[in-house]
Structures are given as structure tokens and as C-alpha cells.
Design a protein around this ligand. Structure first.
Ligand code: ARG
Length: 547
């Protein structure tokens, strides 16, 4: 398999990319995206793969360390820490056990993120797991990931966040007194939020990252405020609205801890949802200015900070709210605000949580759009999704020219977007496709079902990808790895995710079956798309562990 396998002499870095790609992804007459025909020397398949041509995304390397940080933190801190504590607490059985679950989930997410950091350094291309799985297990594995991620995982998880966003916004306006709200109102508001971030992300990368950076400040602010309020209430014992607050000296920290292993697994899933999103920067590694330095850095700052914030927030919840309330509410932050400052507090916290969810929607739109774009480029989806800019134009340059200075408004807006023509340099078609799928999930989705499906399918691919890291270590020990994690890290991650998956199979056999059926449906789709692209069918590489 060419120079990629030559020990120690090649890396997947973009600069050395132009001569190994041809062997990995043989070009054919019908290259995705309509690029150069077979044998044309100027376009290697890696170029096709990463889109390193004029006007394509990776040409505009704009992302910095701070952007990376806000892409991770921006997606991780979304809805979860403001809504999952009830499930964690209910299933773990006691505050102490719940805190342990939060630590375990955080460390697990961190081991996953560290493993992804190594993969991202060794294979610094846009696309995340799609690229890693393709390189390690063969293209079918990469395709199946993309199949699931594009059609279910990304839009499904965005839909969950959107629904929670809607719930919080509606709560902010009608208060906590009204018991039931029509789910359609929540859903409508949630979808409006999705449209908003889609617009921003289609307009410009700079604008999208700016929104991300601002919302990151909000999130940290909110969590810090929750922690400080908790500490103040605990120390001064100031009751609000005449109700006495939780007396921390009387909390039975480990009273009622569950001894049932399935309960712990469910609690862990709920915690992991709140930490999910640690893979977010891996989708856009190709757009980093200095990926080798900034990707591991971003991950290793984000994870400990998030874990610390989550622990502080949870301790605060325990100090301020009665345990019964915590286990029973889906909008814990609002209850918290109401308890501390009455209805004004509830309003403020509801707004801040909405902002946090909106930031998470923004971060997920940013990367999902690029995932769909990569899939379009690679021929997994129709080529129109692999275009930059509006409509059918094949590159950003054309899109840019067509759009340049159309109107005064566009001019002004483009200036706001950091100088480049608005809507000229983003994967607009891919974004819109993603938004359409989110809309469908928001409409039909029900929170509980979506979360289980997401957990099972998501962890299957996390597991496979991190397993791939181990395979790659054995198969290609000399491969250049700018960042290398301890080998225990991926092993721990693989073991715990296997445990989680096995519990899910037992607890939710039907859901698991649906996931399996969906993945299998991707197999004929794979053959169809590859045949369409290459004119021949590529069988999976069963001996992936051999060099
Ligand atoms: N952790 C996020 C939250 O609490 C959810 C992240 C969803 N994951 C994703 N890859 N979109 O809301």
C-alpha cells in the first residue's frame, strides 16, 4: 500500500501528502466532485479527499488554539450539565455516588479525547473518525461511520440539544408555574435556534467561531456563577423565598447508593451525554493553523476544566436543592435559580442555559456541516454536498466571484464576516442538508429514544476508532505521531465502552437491534456509492492488522 506503510518515512501530514495518496485511494474516471480524470498528475486522491484545491476549506487554515478550545468546550457544555443531573442522581442513588459517576464519566471522556488527539496528529485531515477508520480498517468502516454520523448521530444529537434549548427558552418566558407546555411549542422554538446557527455557519467561518467564542464565555460564566452561589448559600445559609436551604452537614452523601450495576451504567450514560462532544475538533483538524501543537493542547485544557466545572456545579446543586427535587427535574438549573433568587433567578438561569445550548448547536453545526461536505467530496453523498459556497459552483473562488458585492447589504455583511464574501467560503449545501435532517428529528424525535439510540451507536464507533488507535500502534509503530498518548489510555477507554455497550444490549435489546439494522443497511449503500464513484466495487480489507 505504498509509502504510507513505509515505516517511519511518511506521515499523514498534508505537506508530504501528495505522493502517497494515489495508492490509498486510486483515482477513477468519475472522481467525486468531478475532479481531474484518471492519471492527471496535478490532482492526487488526497487532494480530492481533503479538498486541497482552490477555494476549498483546508486552503483557508483559520483555526487557532482558542477556536479549538471553544469548539470542544462549546459542544461539551451544552444541555447536559443543566439537565442530566436528575438521571445521574436518580440512578446512582446518592449524592456521593452521583459525584463518583461524574468523575468516572469525565475521566472516560478524557481518555477518549486523548486517544483522538493522537489519531488527529497522526492523520491530520478533516473528517475525524471517517478518515481514521478508512485508513485503519478499510474504506467500508469509514463509510459506515459516515453513514451513521450523517444520517443519525449528528442530526439526532443536534435535535436533542435543540429540543432542550426550546424547553429552556419557553420556560424563561412562562416561568416554572405552568406545568405542561405543548411539545410543539418547544420544538418550534428549538428549530428556530437551529435555523439561526445554520445561517451564521453558512455566512462565514469567522462569524461562526466568533459566536462560539462568545458563547463559551457565557457557559463558563454560568457554571462559575452556579458554583459561587452554591458556596455562598452553603456558608451563609441564606434561605430564599422562606424555604430553608439544604443543610450540607445533614446530607447523607452515600445513603441509598445503588448496588445494581445496570443502574450505574444508566447513570454513566447520562453523565457521558453531558461530556459528549470531546471529538468535535477532530472533524476539522485540516483547518487548524498548527494542528500538531494546538489539537492536543485544546483537548488537554478543555477536559480537566470541564470536569472541574461539572463537579462544582453538581456539588452546588446538592447544597442548594433538596435531593428529591434534583432527582425529579429536567430543568435543574431553573429550579436552582428559583431557589436562590426567586423568579428573577429562574429567568436568568433559563436564559443562560438557552445561550449555552445555542452555542452547542453552533459548534455541532460547524463540524457536522464539514462532515457532510467531506462525505460529498468523497462520493459517499451526491457531489453537490461537497461544494463550497452557494449552489452548484465547484469551488469557493467561483462562489466568491458570483457573490461578491451583490448588494450593499451583502458588502456590509461580508465585512462583518471578517472580509471574505459572506456565503462564499462555507459548505452551504452541506449545512442545509444537515439542517433538514435536524428538522426531521426535531419533529419526530422523542428525547428518551433519541438518547439511547445515540448512546449505543455513538459508543460503537468511539470504541472502534479507539481500537483502531491500538491497531495502528501495532501495525505501524514507526508512523509519525506528533502527540502520543499512554497506551493505557485507549485500553481503558475500550474496556469501559465495551462494558457500556454490553449493558445496553441487555437493557435495550430492541434499540440495539435497530442500531444494528441501520448500520447493516449502510453496507449496500456503500457498494452503490463506491460503484458509482469508482466503477468497481472495493471489498473490505479483512486483514487490517497486517502491514
Ligand atoms: N455534551 C453535550 C450536551 O451536554 C451534548 C453533545 C452532543 N454531542 C454531539 N456530538 N453533538 O448538550
Amino acid at each position: 500500500l505504498g509509502s504510507y506503510h513505509a515505516r517511519g518515512t511518511r506521515s499523514y501530514s498534508v505537506s508530504s501528502a501528495f505522493d502517497f495518496g494515489t495508492n490509498l485511494f486510486p483515482l477513477s474516471q468519475t472522481t467525486a466532485g468531478g475532479y481531474a480524470p484518471l492519471g492527471a498528475p496535478s490532482v492526487t486522491s488526497l487532494e480530492r479527499y481533503t479538498g486541497l484545491r482552490d477555494g476549498s476549506l483546508e486552503k483557508h487554515k483559520t483555526l487557532t488554539y482558542l477556536n479549538g478550545l471553544s469548539l470542544i468546550v462549546g459542544l461539551i457544555i451544552g444541555s447536559g450539565i443543566f439537565s442530566s443531573p436528575s438521571q445521574v442522581n436518580f440512578n446512582a442513588g446518592s449524592p456521593g455516588a452521583a459525584l463518583i459517576v461524574w468523575v468516572i464519566a469525565g475521566v472516560l471522556a478524557w481518555t477518549g479525547a486523548a486517544s483522538y488527539a493522537e489519531l488527529g496528529g497522526a492523520i491530520p485531515l478533516n473528517g475525524g473518525p471517517q478518515v481514521y477508520l478508512s485508513k485503519i480498517f478499510g474504506e467500508m468502516a469509514g463509510f459506515l461511520f459516515t453513514w451513521c454520523a450523517v444520517f443519525v448521530l449528528k442530526p439526532g444529537s443536534a435535535a436533542i440539544i435543540a429540543i432542550i434549548f426550546g424547553e429552556y427558552v419557553v420556560r424563561a418566558f412562562i416561568g416554572t408555574e405552568v406545568e405542561t407546555i405543548s411539545p410543539w411549542i418547544n420544538k418550534g422554538v428549538g428549530f428556530a435556534g437551529v435555523l439561526f446557527v445554520t445561517f451564521i455557519n453558512c455566512a462565514s467561518t469567522k462569524l461562526a467561531t466568533l459566536v462560539g467564542d462568545i458563547s463559551m464565555l457565557f457557559k463558563f460564566g454560568a457554571l462559575l456563577a452556579i458554583a459561587i452561589i452554591g458556596a455562598v448559600v452553603a456558608i451563609t445559609g441564606v434561605p430564599s423565598k422562606g424555604q430553608p436551604n439544604q443543610d450540607w452537614k445533614n446530607i447523607g452523601w452515600f445513603e441509598g447508593t445503588s448496588t445494581n450495576i445496570s443502574d450505574w451504567a444508566v447513570a454513566l450514560y447520562a453523565g457521558l451525554w453531558a461530556y459528549d462532544g470531546w471529538d468535535n475538533t477532530n472533524y476539522v483538524v485540516g483547518e487548524f493553523k498548527r494542528p500538531n501543537r494546538d489539537l492536543p493542547r485544546a483537548i488537554h485544557t478543555a477536559m480537566p476544566v470541564v470536569i472541574l466545572c461539572y463537579l462544582m456545579a453538581n456539588v452546588s446543586y446538592f447544597l442548594v436543592l433538596p435531593l428529591r427535587t434534583i432527582s425529579a427535574t429536567d430543568t435543574i438549573a431553573v429550579q436552582f435559580g428559583a431557589k436562590a433568587f426567586g423568579s428573577i433567578g429562574a429567568l436568568i438561569l433559563a436564559l443562560v442555559v438557552s445561550a449555552s445550548c445555542l452555542g452547542a448547536l453552533n459548534a455541532t453545526a460547524f463540524t457536522s456541516g464539514r462532515l457532510v461536505y467531506a462525505a460529498g467530496k468523497e462520493g459517499y453523498l451526491p457531489a453537490i454536498f461537497g461544494k463550497i459556497g452557494v449552489g452548484k459552483s465547484s469551488s469557493g473562488m467561483t462562489g466568491n466571484n458570483r457573490l461578491q458585492h451583490r448588494s450593499r447589504f451583502h458588502k456590509a455583511f461580508s465585512w462583518l464576516c471578517g472580509g471574505s464574501a459572506a456565503f462564499g467560503y462555507t459548505p452551504v449545501n452541506a449545512m442545509l442538508f444537515n439542517t433538514a435532517l435536524i428538522a426531521a428529528y426535531v419533529a419526530v424525535g422523542e428525547f428518551g429514544t433519541l438518547i439511547t439510540f445515540y448512546g449505543v451507536a455513538g459508543y460503537t464507533f468511539y470504541f472502534l476508532t479507539v481500537l483502531g488507535l491500538i491497531v495502528l500502534r501495532i501495525r505501524e509503530p514507526q508512523l509519525e505521531r506528533p502527540y502520543k498518548t499512554w497506551i493505557t489510555t485507549p485500553i481503558i477507554f475500550c474496556c469501559v465502552s465495551l462494558f457500556l455497550l454490553s449493558r445496553a444490549v441487555i437493557a435495550e435489546p430492541l434499540q440495539t437491534l435497530i442500531v444494528v439494522a441501520f448500520v447493516l443497511a449502510g453496507v449496500p449503500a456503500y457498494f452503490w456509492r463506491i460503484y458509482k464513484r469508482d466503477g468497481s466495487i472495493k471489498l473490505p480489507n479483512w486483514k487490517f492488522w497486517r502491514r
